[in-house]
Design a protein around this ligand. Structure first.
Ligand code: SAM
Length: 250
């Protein structure tokens, strides 16, 4: 390269965040499709919850809070930046999206969740998946990094018997679970790798569902792959079973 060739300006973390910028026409198409998906998924949720009327009130409470305080608009406050520094994550990793109750219900059934089972959602957001676990008669716990979500959602969820608690999934003591749900679409490879390290401590037979990407570790055997609807569109989900080699040290 010639000595005086212009060097591109160094990319700042802020520039990298702007990789998500889209043109106006594309933004309009995205917004319209999100509206259609919102309509379809809410209708699907209401249809399945009509079969469990005691879950309907808390679901409507969560929905109302979502309308009043959007989970999709996060402000870069000092508090948030400090939290991200502590968890070693970037702002983009907090990009929000939910699993509709009917999607979670279908997936959890495939995974064999039912009475006596314990679901753990790592990165639980406002806890929509927890309602699906309660629908199936299982225990339901969600760990969420942002207190902002927990403060809004924990109370209505508690009425169903589900628990949503604030914490970093990579640091807190994880409750034992028969099933783990990981909607890790936005997480960086480094954060995903740390989570997988934690999952290796799960007892043999634990079933783990991951969105967008499977777990690439021999001891997590893929049982099935599904293509299902989320609030942002269709996505693949992998169902794994933890089958560590008997000699494997955790
Ligand atoms: C895509 S949302 C999924 C919400 C929910 N699991 C669902 O599927 O409906 C991912 C959530 O993970 C949370 N999150 C990101 N990093 C986390 C961490 N280290 N510990 C706990 N939660 C985290 C984000 O704040 C966000 O609310």
């Amino acid at each position: 390269m010639a000595e005086d060739a212009p060097t591109p300006p160094a990319r700042t973390p802020r520039d990298e965040d702007d990789d998500y910028a889209v043109s106006l026409p594309r933004l309009v198409v995205i917004r319209l499709s999100i509206l259609v998906i919102e309509f379809v998924t809410r209708l699907g949720d209401l249809a399945v919850l009509a079969l469990r009327p005691r879950l309907l009130g808390p679901y409507l409470g969560l929905w109302l809070r979502e309308v009043l305080v959007s989970p999709y608009r996060l402000r870069r406050s000092f508090e948030l930046i400090r939290l991200l520094q502590a968890s070693g994550q970037r702002f983009n990793e907090l990009m929000y999206g939910e699993t509709p109750v009917h999607t979670a219900l279908w997936l959890f059934r495939k995974a064999g969740l039912g009475p006596g089972g314990k679901l753990l959602d790592l990165g639980a957001g406002r806890g929509r998946t927890l309602l699906a676990a309660r629908w199936l008669g299982a225990e339901a716990t969600g760990i969420e990094l942002l207190d902002f979500h927990v403060a809004l959602a924990a109370k209505p969820l508690a009425k169903t018997g589900a628990r949503l608690v604030a914490g970093d999934a990579n640091c807190v003591v994880l409750p034992d679970a028969t099933h783990v749900f990981l909607n890790w679409t936005a997480l960086s490879p480094e954060t995903r790798a740390r989570l997988v390290t934690r999952l290796r401590a799960c007892p043999p037979g634990t079933r783990v569902l991951t969105v967008t990407r499977p777990i690439q570790l021999e001891s997590f055997v893929v049982l099935s792959r599904h293509h299902v609807l989320f609030t942002w569109g269709l996505e693949h989900v992998w169902l794994h079973e933890h089958q560590p080699h008997p000699d494997t040290k955790v």
